[in-house]
Design a protein around this ligand. Structure first.
Ligand code: NAP
Length: 289
């Protein structure tokens, strides 16, 4: 297994790969060949060091967790880092707990490495959600906890309800075409030493039809690194401090390209060029080349 560059998970002693594998898109009720193709690309990712796998109870109504579970059973559990997410439509304490146990069962593991609230819900208070997460940590079913799609204010509020654990992560939509959270939320997570996971780093569609000024700028940077525009889009994210990202690649060639992108170091000038307004936000920390 190749070793990929790692990053400290918040204030914990855990180091996780700078790149994880997204698994949204694994659908239910497909044939054997369909799942075998997915498994092949997940295996390839693991072999390339992309040992952090991101899934969710919601993806394919549990099918993504099942497929991930089947693949990871072939590896040493300690070499892997598994993130999954609680579907926020569960409103009662017991149903939330049961949902976590069902995720463990589908994944075939005893402990979830990182368990996230998938998104804030109008149906249930953040306080109640945090009580469930903290109790799951105390029971040993979950190692680390975090949230997804929470604003900075919601993140701060959630943290106040925790007695003996801390949130280590917020998973947010962030990419070269969706820069809001890089500019507005990341400075907070960098200051607090919390990891921000950039999801949909290739705009969900792989940027195959990206046009205009941004494509031209990406092509200029890509040429000087002998890379593709997708690799530069991924590198752009993880060349910011405290950022990891989780591209989804069901094709093996994409998985290989993504692993390579983890090693691309962009200069401050190149990173700045790719900001929407061509300027770096004050207080944002970059990993300098
Ligand atoms: N927390 C949340 O609410 C939330 C929401 C959305 C997503 N997520 C997570 O984030 C993950 C990634 O986001 P996403 O699935 O929306 O999409 P994405 O990673 O932005 O884009 C996926 C698309 O990019 C293509 N691709 C991947 N690597 C490529 C490369 N090197 N060159 C060219 N094309 C490439 C894929 O093609 P192939 O599949 O054909 O290889 C696929 O079409 C999800 O799978 C999920 O785990 C979380």
């Amino acid at each position: 297994m190749i070793k990929l560059k790692k990053i400290k998970l918040g204030k914990t002693d855990e180091n996780i790969p700078i790149l994880g594998q997204g698994t949204w898109g694994i659908k239910s009720f497909r044939n054997k060949d369909y799942y075998e193709k997915w498994k092949e690309s997940i295996r390839k990712g693991i072999e390339l060091g992309i040992t952090h796998i991101d899934t969710a109870e919601m993806y394919g109504r549990g099918t993504s967790e099942l497929i991930v579970g089947q693949v990871i059973s072939e590896y040493n559990r300690d070499d892997l880092f598994i993130t999954t997410k609680l579907f926020p439509m569960h409103t009662r304490y017991n149903t939330m707990k049961k949902a976590a146990y069902n995720s463990l069962k589908r994944l075939g593991i005893k402990q979830i490495d990182l368990y996230l609230i998938h998104w804030p819900s109008p149906l249930i208070s953040i306080k109640k959600q945090m009580r469930v997460l903290e109790d799951l940590v105390n029971e040993g079913k979950v190692r680390y906890i975090g949230v997804s799609n929470f604003s900075v204010e919601q993140f701060k509020e959630a943290q106040t309800y925790l007695k003996n654990t801390e949130l280590v992560n917020n998973q947010l939509p962030a990419s070269i075409t969706r820069q809001k959270h890089i500019e507005q939320s990341l400075p907070f997570y960098q200051n607090e030493g919390i990891i921000m996971t950039a999801y949909s780093p290739l705009g969900h569609n792989g940027y195959h039809n990206l046009q205009g000024d941004l494509r031209e700028k990406l092509e200029i940077v890509a040429k000087s690194h002998n890379a593709t525009i997708q690799q530069i889009a991924i590198a752009w994210l993880i060349n910011h401090e405290n950022v990891i990202t989780i591209p989804k690649a069901s094709k093996i060639e994409h998985m290989i390209a993504n692993a390579e992108a983890a090693n691309i170091r962009l200069s401050d000038k190149e990173i700045t060029l790719l900001y929407e307004d061509g300027r770096i936000t004050e207080n944002l920390k970059l990993i300098s080349a």
